[in-house]
Design a protein around this ligand. Structure first.
Ligand SMILES: *Cc1c(COP(=O)(O)O)cnc(C)c1O
Length: 398
């Protein structure tokens, strides 16, 4: 069967909620993917910043297979060893206090919002502090709660009324946040590097200002590290490079490097006075299979010095992309941190470049309306960055 036929078959049964690119992927190897007709692609999308170890990283598959042979699901009514191992490693990497494993980034956000509301409730015994300040151009997920704090009106509007009490400030504008704070504010939520919105790293002053504001007013500071976390910017979590710790953090995407897992992580203050037995749950969350993956991911990051590798190759990628800004009129700027980079495209639809790159065997994605996003596996090598630059250069040319 050829690929067109395979796509037709998919459309016959799968709800059309994505305008998918015309390719059917079959397998991956290292930083490359192969479609069902055998064509090879260099992967600078990593399944949207998920496959940080690329495909078939030594030891990863084996760890999952070994866990499948033991136990994959048991529910949260009982303990399992991979969950405690994964939890311990996540706590150690973040320096925070307690973790709750979820099945996605969206669910991690849901849990973080509930923890913040419950913390405010527990403090006063009343549900009078429920307001949440979120950022314009943010993205936190598609469920009713996560959508409520997502700062793009056209995502939200068809589904309103969403949860009440959410206000939007401007990212990197501390005064715009302060102007929205009231006695009812229980939480402020922001990405540390905005991803879907167009790859905008936070300013250090902004994050420090949020921390001080939240400390002063006993507001829960939530950082969404779903996309920028797990080493993507060169530290386990992007906030670590700013020295600004949140009260609650949401992570997912690369946490399991390919299995559906997320987590929200609480500091001691919120862990000790928010969600209690009966307040929150999940049937699959923290199951032995995904937690074996998380645990192995942390081991690999440590043993193979993945964060150091990111710090070494990221400046090389930045330099290549800066050359594009110099060389091509359609590239207005580069923004990003570590291996989370965006090129601002002008005068041409970014989708056209993404499509052309795909035809030439390079996977890149867009972010926002005009940004070309590059989020390769963290194990990408300099030679592969050169290979990307050759292909992408041709695509930007004409
Ligand atoms: C992808 C993403 C989410 C949603 O995660 P899912 O796993 O798709 O539910 C939330 N926040 C950010 C910043 C993301 O990039």
């Amino acid at each position: 069967m050829d690929m067109n036929k395979q796509m037709e078959e998919a459309e016959a049964s799968i709800l059309h909620t994505y305008n998918r690119f015309p390719v059917v992927f079959d397998r991956g190897e290292g930083c490359y993917l192969y479609d069902t007709e055998g064509m090879k692609y260099l992967d600078f999308a990593a399944g949207i910043a998920v496959n940080s170890l690329g495909y078939h990283y030594p030891g990863y598959d084996e760890a999952l297979k070994a866990q499948i042979d033991k136990l994959t699901h048991i529910s949260n009514l009982y303990y399992n060893l991979p969950m405690s191992e994964a939890g311990e490693k996540l706590i150690k990497a973040s320096g925070m206090c307690k973790a709750f494993f979820t099945n996605s980034g969206t669910e991690a956000i849901e849990g973080a919002l509930k923890a913040a509301r419950k913390y405010a409730f527990a403090k006063s015994g009343k549900a009078d502090r429920y307001e949440i300040i979120a950022m314009n151009h943010s993205f936190h997920g598609r469920s009713m709660g996560a959508l409520s704090v997502t700062g793009t009106a056209h995502y939200r509007e068809p589904f309103e009324p969403l949860i009440g009490g959410v206000k939007f400030a401007d990212f990197n504008d501390l005064d715009s946040v302060k102007a929205l704070v009231t006695d009812k504010t229980c939480a402020i939520i922001t990405e540390v590097v905005q991803g879907e919105g167009g790859i905008y790293p936070a300013d250090s002053e902004f994050l420090k200002g949020l921390r001080a504001l939240c400390d002063e007013k006993d507001i829960v500071l939530i950082f969404d590290e779903v996309q920028c976390g797990m080493g993507r910017t060169g530290s386990y979590f992007a906030w670590q490079s700013y020295g600004v710790q949140p009260d609650v953090m949401a992570c997912a995407k690369a946490l399991g490097c390919g299995v559906p897992v997320g987590a929200f992580v609480l500091n001691e203050k919120v862990a000790g006075a928010s969600l209690a037995p009966g307040d929150h749950g999940t049937t699959y969350g923290g199951n032995p299979l995904v937690c074996a993956a998380v645990s192995k991911v942390f081991d690999i990051y440590e043993q193979d010095h993945i964060l150091e590798h990111v710090k070494e190759v990221a400046p090389y990628l930045e330099a290549k992309l800066d050359e594009f800004v110099e060389k091509y009129d359609c590239v207005a700027a580069r923004r990003g941190k570590g291996l989370m980079q965006g090129l601002v495209i002008t005068g041409r639809p970014v989708g056209e470049i993404v499509k052309k790159a795909l035809e030439e065997g390079l996977l890149v994605i867009s972010a926002g309306s005009d940004v070309l996003r590059l989020v390769p596996p963290l194990v990408i090598r300099k030679s592969q960055i050169d290979e990307m630059a050759d292909i992408l250069g041709d695509c930007l040319e004409g």
